[in-house]
Design a protein around this ligand. Structure first.
Ligand code: NAD
Length: 541
C-alpha cells in the first residue's frame, strides 16, 4: 500500500499553440478537420460503460453549414435516465473508496491524452460542431480542459491537507467524504472545457455523475467520453445521457439520492432547476449542493483618462470573439463624451476589417451562432433596436441564416441607459453603448451597477488611479471577475478563478478550490487517548 503523503506541484498553464500558416501543427489539425468533415458518426448514450441506442434520433450539424450533418445521436428517455442514476450509485461503491491520488492520476492522464494524442480530435470537433475558429477552440477544448484537470488535482491536494489542530490528549482529523448520493452535471454548448469540468471536478472528489450534455455540443462531448475511457476512468463514474433538458431534470431531481447539481447555462434554466429542487426537498436524503454559473451582462466602463485604442480593441475582442457567445462577453459599454468620436472611429475601422464565415477559413474572426433558436433570438433584439427611437445601429445589424447562422457584429448606440439591450443577456454578437457626460462619472458608475440583474464580469479602463479605485468600490458587487484596463473575457484557470453572483450564479469559482470544496462533505473524527472515568467536573468534587 502506498501510504506516502503526497502533494502535487503547482502546474503550468497549457501553452496555447499558434497554428501558423505552413506549420506542422496546422497541417495535422487540417487533416483532422477534413477527416471529421467527411464522415457522419453515431453517438450513443453511455451508461455504466455500456453504449445504448434508443432509436430516438437527433442530428448534430455544423452551425456554419447547417445542411452538413456531423453525427446522429440517440436521445435518452426516462428509462435510460433511471439506468444512469443506478449505474452512478453502483460505481460509487468503489470509486469513493480509492485514494484521491488514484482518482487524480486518471484526471492527469486525461489531461495528457488531450495535450498530446487527442488535441486535434477535440479542437476539430469543437470547431466544426460548435463553430469556433482555431484560436477559440485551442484556448477552450485543449488548453482550458487540460488546465482544469491539472489545477484541480493540485488544488485537491490543498483541500485534503487542510486539517484541524490536535492536542496531547486527542487527535482530530477531517475525513473528506464524497457527497452521499450522485451528482447531476448539466452543461452548456459554448465551452468544451466547461462540459468536461462539470462532470470531472465532482468525480475527482469521489463522486459519481449523471451528465446531461447540451445536444448542440455533442460531437466534442462524446469524444471527451471516449478519452475518459482510454484514460481508465472506471465505468459508471460519468454516465452520458444526451436528452431533452426537461426530461433529465424531471427524473433526476425527483430521485432521493440526488446529492448535488453542477450546472452552467442560462439563468432561466438554473431557476427552473433550483425551484424543482426546492419542490422535492423533503424527498432527499441530504440537502443537495447547488452550484450554478449562469449568464452575464458584462460591461466595459471607460473613464476620460483611458486610451481610445485600448478601449476600442477590448470592445471589439470582448464583444465579438466567439460571436459574443461567452458568458463573459462584453455586451454594454459606458463611454465619456470626450472620447466617443475617437473610440467610435477605431471600432468602426476594426469592424470594417473583420471577416465572417466558416471557422475553417482562417481569416474569419467571427463564425456562426450555435443554432436557429439562437439566430432568431439575437436578431429579434437587433430588430427591436432598429425600430426604437432610443437607438441607432452604428455597425452591423444584419443576419443571414441561409447556409449557416451568421450575424454581423452589431453595435447599438442608445440614449436610454436602461434600454432592454443594456439589461438583458443576448448571448450573441451585439454590443450596446451609452455615452455619458464626462462630469457624471460617479453617477454613471452607480447606473452601471443598478442597470442589470447580473454580476458576472466587467472592466474599467482608466489611467487615473483615483477614478480606478472609485470604480472598484462602486462596482464591487457588479462583477465577480473585474478587470482593470483589460477586456472582461478570457479568464485563465489558476490565474482568474471564474464566476459571479447576483443573477449570474452561486459564484463557486470554477477552476478554484472553492468549487472542489462543494463536492466534498467533511467528517470530523476526534480520538481521545485516555477517556474520562468520572462524569463530574473538578469544582463539583
Ligand atoms: P441553457 O440554459 O439553454 O442550457 C444549459 C443546459 O441546460 C443544456 O444542457 C440544456 O439542455 C439544459 N437544460 C435546459 N432546460 C433544462 C431542464 N429543464 N432540466 C435540465 N436541464 C435543462 O444554456 P446554453 O444556451 O447551453 O448556454 C448559454 C448560457 O450559459 C448563457 O446564459 C451563458 O451566459 C451561460 N454560461 C455561463 C457560464 C459561466 O461560467 N457563468 C459559462 C458558460 C455559459
Amino acid at each position: 500500500m502506498n501510504n506516502a503523503i503526497f502533494t502535487f506541484e503547482k502546474p503550468k498553464n497549457e501553452e496555447v499553440k499558434k497554428y501558423l500558416p505552413g506549420s506542422d501543427e496546422l497541417k495535422l489539425l487540417e487533416a483532422e478537420l477534413k477527416r471529421q468533415s467527411s464522415m457522419e458518426i453515431e453517438i450513443p448514450i453511455i451508461i455504466g460503460g455500456q453504449e445504448i441506442r434508443t432509436g430516438n434520433i437527433g442530428k448534430v450539424v455544423m452551425p456554419h453549414d447547417h445542411s452538413h450533418v456531423l453525427a446522429t445521436y440517440h436521445l435518452a428517455g426516462e428509462n435510460e435516465i433511471q439506468m444512469a442514476i443506478e449505474a452512478a450509485k453502483e460505481a460509487k461503491r468503489k470509486w469513493e473508496r480509492i485514494s484521491w491520488l488514484e482518482r487524480a492520476s486518471i484526471m492527469l492522464k486525461i489531461a495528457e491524452l488531450i495535450s498530446k494524442k487527442y488535441r486535434n480530435l477535440l479542437n476539430a470537433a469543437t470547431m466544426l460542431g460548435q463553430s469556433k475558429n482555431i484560436y477559440q477552440a485551442e484556448i477552450d477544448a485543449a488548453c482550458e480542459t487540460i488546465d482544469f484537470l491539472r489545477f484541480n488535482a493540485y488544488l485537491a491536494s490543498r483541500v485534503y491537507s487542510a486539517q484541524p489542530f490536535s492536542t496531547e490528549t486527542q487527535i482530530n482529523r477531517l475525513e473528506y467524504r464524497a457527497l452521499e448520493g450522485f451528482v447531476f452535471a448539466v452543461s452548456p454548448f459554448n465551452f468544451t472545457s466547461i462540459a468536461s469540468n462539470l462532470a470531472l471536478a465532482p468525480a475527482l472528489m469521489g463522486n459519481t455523475v449523471v451528465w446531461k450534455p447540451a445536444t448542440t455540443a455533442l460531437l466534442s462531448n462524446y469524444y471527451l467520453m471516449q478519452i475518459y475511457k482510454e484514460a481508465g476512468l472506471p465505468d459508471g463514474v460519468v454516465n452520458f445521457i444526451p436528452s431533452k433538458g426537461s426530461d433529465a431534470g424531471n427524473v433526476v431531481l425527483a430521485h432521493r439520492d440526488f446529492a448535488g447539481l453542477h450546472f452552467t447555462g442560462s439563468n432561466s434554466t438554473f431557476n427552473i432547476l433550483w425551484k424543482k429542487i426546492a419542490q422535492n426537498l423533503e424527498n432527499y436524503k441530504s440537502y443537495p449542493r447547488i452550484v450554478g454559473e449562469t449568464g452575464g451582462k458584462d460591461f466595459v466602463f471607460v473613464h476620460k483618462s483611458a486610451k481610445p485604442i485600448e478601449v476600442a480593441t477590448s470592445i471589439v475582442a470582448g464583444a465579438f470573439e466567439y460571436q459574443g457567445q461567452k458568458c463573459s462577453a462584453a455586451s454594454r459599454a459606458y463611454i465619456p463624451e470626450s472620447l466617443w468620436i475617437e473610440i467610435k472611429s477605431e471600432i468602426q475601422r476594426m469592424l470594417s476589417e473583420i471577416k465572417i464565415g466558416s471557422p475553417v477559413v482562417y481569416q474569419n474572426f467571427v463564425n456562426a451562432v450555435i443554432d436557429k433558436n439562437a439566430f432568431d433570438r439575437i436578431m429579434s433584439y437587433i430588430e427591436e433596436a432598429k425600430y426604437s427611437p432610443d437607438c441607432q445601429i452604428i455597425s452591423g445589424g444584419n443576419g443571414d441564416d441561409s447556409k449557416g447562422y451568421f450575424i454581423e457584429p452589431t453595435i447599438i448606440l442608445t440614449k436610454n441607459p436602461n434600454f432592454k439591450t443594456m439589461q438583458e443577456e443576448i448571448f450573441g454578437p451585439v454590443m450596446t453603448i451609452y455615452v455619458y457626460p464626462d462630469d457624471k462619472y460617479s453617477e454613471t458608475l452607480e447606473l452601471c451597477d443598478e442597470t442589470s440583474p447580473y454580476g458576472l464580469t466587467g472592466s474599467i479602463f482608466s489611467n487615473d488611479k483615483y477614478a480606478t479605485v472609485e470604480a472598484c468600490a462602486k462596482l464591487r458587487h457588479a462583477a465577480g471577475n473585474f478587470y482593470i484596463n483589460d477586456k472582461p473575457t478570457g479568464a485563465v484557470v489558476g490565474l482568474q478563478p471564474f464566476g459571479g453572483a447576483r443573477a449570474s450564479g452561486t459564484n463557486d469559482k470554477a477552476g478554484g478550490h472553492f468549487n472542489l470544496m462543494r463536492w466534498t462533505s467533511p467528517r470530523t473524527l476526534k480520538e481521545t487517548f485516555i477517556p474520562p472515568t468520572d462524569y463530574r467536573y473538578d469544582y463539583m468534587k
